[in-house]
Structure formats: structure tokens, C-alpha cells
Write a protein that binds this ligand. Structure first.
Ligand code: HEC
Ligand code: HEC
Ligand code: HEC
Ligand code: HEC
Ligand code: HEC
Ligand code: HEC
Ligand code: HEC
Length: 385
């Protein structure tokens, strides 16, 4: 199997531990109780009448009581990581977009679909032949890029062979799909079987990743509240009636011990190796592509191993917010352990600010137009060229 964007991630999380994945709803309960009743009726009339045993309330229900968090969260990468193509206004305004792949002699074009049911099509032309795919979903909030999932009139689903990249503002080949292609059809996409499709959506959805993409509910697309906090019906009922305390009715990954939280976030961001898996540890040290998976590099750091379960993802990140990208904003996190006379860890003789810029440098070269901060916090020996 080719090493596409998602496959790269999927490979490293095989055999993962319990984590966020465990919270994802399963196929049996197809409908959200509160959202899109019409869609539910269409999918399965009998189930819509029964009460929903899944326990999901729909993440839009959380807004009424947690407005401040919801307003910030809805603008961040997690919920926006999967959107209907027609709602990508910047893309819609910039079509037609063109790109040519000289190595394979393919001319690409994203244009308005002649079929009113769809917004945009990807068209590939090679050796006098053209083929097209309707674009359904944009994967990725776009801080780095957006890959499309589309379908043909014959009902085949694929991950687009070209993606849109933020740093160039245009199209380029999707990471991992650089292999030669023989014809216009194969130039369009990496065609996916149903299990491959479900895998692709798994980390970019709140639930129901197994639905055919054209039937997926936009409310389940993207990483919303209930993906991390679990189904919310019981919590909402308890809070409304004041019959139980909040902590006992909802998952709060902030309360997890460090290693447990690393596995939880790592279910999507790359799980750390099991306790004595020395082979994996060795690979995580030498393979710089692993920089894409924060938990796998963080566990290599002395900050993690010598801080007695105090360093976790939420030490430095508010998972409800967009990624903070100014090195100075992380200084206070470093100094919470490395600063002052009574600090648990030594101070730096070289500099007093912008710690992450030297100790967590960006790694690139393994994903098109992208770099990742290396979470193996350490004294980096050589300056990179
Ligand atoms: C009817 C009001 C209400 C609704 C709706 C509601 N919550 Fe809460 N929630 C509360 C209250 C009250 C608390 C306790 C005080 C606090 O932490 O804000 C709480 C606490 C929490 C906590 C912290 C638990 C802890 O460990 O202390 C989380 C997480 C949470 N809610 C998530 C959610 C999610 C996710 C949803 C939507 C599925 C939701 N809430 C919907 C009222 C509500
Ligand atoms: C195991 C979980 C997982 C799977 C499976 C997965 N992704 Fe992702 N994806 C992530 C995470 C986490 C990120 C953000 C961090 C990163 O870029 O590595 C991401 C980022 C992306 C981005 C870049 C967004 C940006 O602008 O930074 C794109 C595009 C993307 N994924 C597409 C896909 C496609 C297409 C598939 C299926 C073929 C897929 N992903 C499968 C977890 C996953
Ligand atoms: C990517 C996972 C993730 C998503 C999605 C998410 N949360 Fe959280 N949430 C967390 C974590 C982790 C914490 C603990 C933060 C900490 O302790 O620093 C948390 C804490 C909370 C708390 C406790 C109060 C607080 O600020 O610590 C509430 C309430 C809450 N979340 C509500 C929500 C709501 C509402 C949504 C959707 C709008 C949401 N969360 C989406 C991971 C998530
Ligand atoms: C000691 C502080 C620290 C800890 C702990 C930490 N991070 Fe980060 N993280 C950073 C910094 C600094 C950046 C780079 C921000 C920037 O782009 O300037 C970053 C970037 C990221 C990014 C964006 C990568 C990209 O460019 O696409 C993700 C995703 C991320 N962290 C997830 C995690 C997860 C998951 C964990 C827990 C396993 C974690 N982080 C733990 C400091 C930290
Ligand atoms: C269900 C899968 C999933 C889980 C669980 C998850 N993430 Fe993410 N996370 C993603 C994806 C997908 C993205 C890429 C968003 C995008 O397209 O830019 C992302 C992006 C991020 C970013 C960059 C945010 C931005 O706005 O650019 C940070 C930081 C991050 N995650 C931290 C965390 C932390 C910390 C946890 C655990 C509390 C966590 N994530 C749990 C899937 C997940
Ligand atoms: C939870 C506490 C904690 C946090 C937060 C933390 N560290 Fe550390 N760090 C430690 C401990 C403990 C050690 C090992 C003992 C020592 O160096 O005194 C360490 C060691 C280091 C080392 C030496 C590594 C080596 O291999 O010799 C560097 C460099 C470092 N930290 C930088 C940072 C930077 C930069 C940040 C913020 C991005 C940070 N640390 C955040 C606890 C922490
Ligand atoms: C300009 C780059 C740079 C910046 C910025 C920087 N450091 Fe360093 N740091 C270094 C170098 C280089 C060393 C190794 C010095 C040596 O071996 O004598 C080092 C060493 C360290 C050590 C190991 C000290 C020891 O005695 O073992 C720690 C801990 C550390 N830095 C933490 C930090 C923290 C915390 C910050 C932010 C307040 C920071 N650094 C900012 C370059 C930097």
C-alpha cells in the first residue's frame, strides 16, 4: 500500500492503546439524536423513532453551557479538519485552479462541477484522455494543506492525487502519492476500499467514520467536543437536573496521568511505544519523519522521563485553541520547571527566552511544503543546513 498522508500516520499507530479511538461511536448507531433529524429519517426511518442508545447528544448541545470554550474551539483546527468542499469559501472563490505534473504528463484542473448536486470537480487529462471526480470533502483545516476526498459517478471513492497547500496557495502532488500513474483515472486519486476510507476519516471525524462519504453528516465531520469528552447525553441530563457532579459524567483528558494522556492524544497524533518496546524507541530516535508524531518524540526527552509524570500535552497546549506559533509564548511552560531557584530542572546558560526555537527545532523534507516542531526536547547537537 502506498504511503499517503494518512497511511503514514496510520502505520505508526497500529496496535494502539486505549485512547480517543475508543470513544468513537460504532456503526450500530447511525444517527445523532439531536442533529439533522431529516437525514436520520432518510438513512433509517425505524431507528429515528427509537431513543438513541449511543449516548451522543451532538456537540452543538455543549455550546449553551460552555459558550466561551465552544466559541474558541469552533475556530480551531480540530473541528475544521473535515469540511464540505462547498463550504471552503477561499477555494470556491479561486477556481479554476490548475496544476501540471510534468513527470507523469498529467494536467489537473479543479473547476465548478457541471452536475448541480456537486460543487467542484477534479479533472485530470493525460495522453488525450480526461477523467473527473466530484470533490466531496476537504481534509485538513488548511494551516498546512487540504487533501480532497471525492467520488466518481460510478461510486468509487478516492483521496485526491493533488492537494492544496497553504505555503504556495496552489496545488501540488499529495504527499505519498508521487508514484507514476498510467492513465487519467489513476491520476485522479488513490482509490480507497471501504476499510481504507473508514481509516482515512477515523482521526478527522467525531463519529460515524464508516459512513459513505456523501452521506456523512457535517456535524460528525471534524474533531468536536464529544470525540474527546465522550458521549454527552448523560452529562447534560445530570447538569440540567443537578443530580451528579460534572467530573463523574464526562471524560476530562486534562485529569489523566501523563502517560495516559499521551496515549489519548496519540490515538490520532501517533501513540508512544509500549513500555519496553526498545525497537520502536530506537526507530523513533533515528527516523526524523517521527517528528510528525509529538508523543513519540516527547517520551524520548529527559523533560518527560525525569519529571515524574508531570509533562503532558496539556502542559503546553490548550486543545481547544488554534496552535500558538510564537516561540516566546511557550517560555513560561519551560520555565515552570527550568526557572527560579527551586526549579526541578537546570537552567540555560545560553539564552533566557524563545526556548523552543533552539530545543524544539522544526523538521521538514518528508511531507510536501510542511515542517513539524520536534517534540524530542533536547540540546540539538548540530545546526541543520
Ligand atoms: C446544562 C449545562 C451543560 C451542558 C449542556 C454541558 N455541560 Fe459540561 N458542565 C456543566 C457544568 C455546570 C460543569 C461543571 C462546572 C464547569 O467545569 O464548568 C460542567 C463541566 C464539564 C467538564 C469538566 C468536567 C471535570 O472534569 O470537571 C467537561 C469536560 C464538560 N463539562 C464537557 C461538556 C461537553 C463535551 C458537553 C456537550 C456534550 C457539555 N459539557 C454540555 C454544564 C453543562
Ligand atoms: C491516525 C490518525 C489519522 C489518520 C488515519 C489520518 N489522519 Fe490526517 N491528520 C491527523 C493528524 C493528527 C493531523 C495533524 C498533525 C499532522 O499534520 O500530522 C493530520 C493532518 C492532516 C492533513 C494536514 C492538515 C494541515 O493543514 O495541517 C491532511 C491534508 C490530512 N491529515 C489528510 C488525511 C487523509 C487524506 C487521510 C486518509 C487517507 C488521513 N489524513 C488520515 C491524523 C490522521
Ligand atoms: C482534542 C480534544 C478536545 C476537544 C475536541 C474538546 N476538548 Fe474540552 N478538553 C480537552 C482537554 C485535554 C481538557 C483539559 C484541559 C486542561 O486540563 O488543560 C479539556 C477541558 C474541558 C473542560 C473543562 C474546563 C477547562 O477549561 O479545563 C470543558 C468544560 C470542556 N473541555 C468543554 C469542551 C467543549 C464544550 C468542547 C467542544 C466545543 C470541547 N471541550 C472540545 C480536550 C478536548
Ligand atoms: C514542552 C511544550 C510542549 C509539549 C509538552 C507538547 N508540545 Fe506540541 N508543540 C510545542 C511547540 C513549541 C510547538 C510548535 C509551535 C509552532 O508552530 O511554533 C508544538 C506544535 C505542536 C503541533 C503542531 C505541529 C505542526 O506543526 O503541525 C501539534 C499537533 C502538537 N504540538 C501536539 C502535541 C501533542 C499531541 C502533545 C503531547 C503528546 C504535545 N504537542 C506536547 C510545544 C509542546
Ligand atoms: C480524533 C483525533 C484527534 C484527537 C483525539 C486529538 N487530536 Fe489534535 N488534531 C487532530 C487533527 C486531525 C488535527 C489537524 C487539524 C488540522 O487539520 O489542522 C489536530 C491538530 C492539533 C493541534 C494543532 C491545532 C491547530 O489549530 O492547528 C494541536 C495543538 C493538537 N491537535 C493537540 C491535541 C491534543 C493535546 C490532544 C489530546 C488532548 C489532541 N490533539 C487530540 C486529531 C486529533
Ligand atoms: C514538567 C517539567 C519540565 C518542563 C515543562 C520542561 N522541562 Fe526540560 N527538563 C525537565 C527535567 C526534569 C530535565 C532533566 C533534568 C535537568 O536537566 O535538570 C529536563 C531537561 C531539559 C534539557 C536537557 C536535555 C538533555 O538531553 O540533556 C533541555 C535542553 C530542556 N529540558 C529544555 C526544555 C525546554 C526548551 C522546555 C520548554 C519547551 C522544557 N525543557 C520544558 C523538566 C521539564
Ligand atoms: C539560542 C539557542 C538557545 C535558546 C534560545 C535556549 N537555549 Fe537552552 N541551550 C542551548 C545550548 C546550545 C545548550 C547547551 C549548552 C552547553 O552545552 O554548554 C543549552 C542548554 C540548556 C539546558 C541544559 C543545561 C544543563 O546544564 O544541562 C537546559 C535545561 C536548557 N538549555 C533550557 C533552556 C530553556 C528553558 C530556555 C528558555 C528559557 C532555553 N534553553 C533557551 C541553546 C539555547
Amino acid at each position: 500500500m502506498r504511503n499517503s498522508i494518512g497511511m503514514l500516520i496510520g502505520k505508526s499507530t497500529r496496535g494502539r492503546q486505549p485512547g480517543a479511538g475508543a470513544l468513537n461511536g460504532k456503526a450500530g448507531s447511525l444517527c445523532l439524536a439531536a442533529v439533522a433529524l431529516a437525514a436520520c429519517l432518510w438513512m433509517s426511518p425505524s431507528r429515528a423513532l427509537a431513543t438513541d442508545e449511543s449516548g451522543y447528544a451532538g456537540s452543538s448541545q455543549c455550546v449553551q453551557c460552555h459558550r466561551e470554550i465552544a466559541e474558541v474551539q469552533l475556530e480551531s483546527g480540530h473541528p475544521l479538519t473535515l469540511r464540505r468542499v462547498r463550504s471552503l469559501s477561499r477555494l470556491m472563490e479561486s477556481v479554476p485552479l490548475e496544476f501540471s505534473d510534468p513527470r507523469n504528463q498529467v494536467a489537473y484542473r479543479i473547476e465548478r462541477s457541471p452536475d448541480r448536486e456537486f460543487a467542484l470537480d477534479l479533472v485530470a487529462a493525460k495522453s488525450g484522455e480526461t477523467d473527473r471526480m466530484h470533490l466531496l470533502w476537504g481534509m485538513g483545516a488548511g494551516r498546512k494543506g487540504i487533501t480532497f476526498v471525492g467520488m466518481t459517478d460510478a461510486g468509487a471513492y478516492g483521496q485526491s492525487r493533488v492537494s492544496w497547500y497553504q505555503s504556495t496557495g496552489g496545488l501540488d502532488i499529495t504527499t505519498g502519492l508521487e508514484d507514476p500513474v498510467d492513465n487519467a483515472y489513476d491520476a485522479l486519486a488513490d482509490w480507497m476500499s471501504p476499510p481504507q476510507r473508514e481509516h482515512c476519516f477515523a482521526c478527522h471525524t467525531t463519529r460515524n467514520a464508516d459512513l459513505p462519504p456523501e452521506r456523512m453528516d457535517p456535524a460528525s465531520a471534524g474533531v468536536h467536543c464529544e470525540r474527546c469528552h465522550g458521549p454527552g447525553q448523560e452529562h447534560i441530563q445530570a447538569m440540567t437536573q443537578g443530580e451528579a457532579d460534572a467530573a463523574s459524567t464526562v471524560v476530562n483528558p486534562g485529569r489523566m496521568p501523563a502517560i495516559e494522556q499521551l496515549y489519548f492524544c496519540g490515538a490520532c497524533h501517533g501513540a508512544p511505544p509500549g513500555g519496553n518496546d526498545l525497537q520502536a524507541l530506537a526507530r523513533f530516535m533515528v527516523d526524523k519523519e517521527v517528528s510528525r508524531f509529538p508523543a513519540q518524540r516527547l517520551v524520548l526527552s529527559r523533560c518527560y522521563s525525569e519529571s515524574r509524570d508531570q509533562l503532558k500535552c496539556t502542559t503546553c497546549h490548550d486543545p481547544h485553541e488554534s496552535l500558538v506559533q510564537t516561540p516566546a509564548s511557550y517560555d513560561s511552560k519551560c520555565l515552570s520547571c527550568h526557572g527560579g531557584d527551586h526549579a526541578m530542572a537546570s537552567g540555560c546558560k545560553v539564552a533566557a527566552s524563545r526556548c523552543s526555537s533552539c530545543h524544539m527545532p522544526f523538521e521538514g523534507g518528508f511531507m510536501t511544503h510542511s515542517e513539524f516542531a520536534d517534540h524530542w526536547i533536547r540540546i540539538v547537537a548540530e545546526k541543520k543546513p
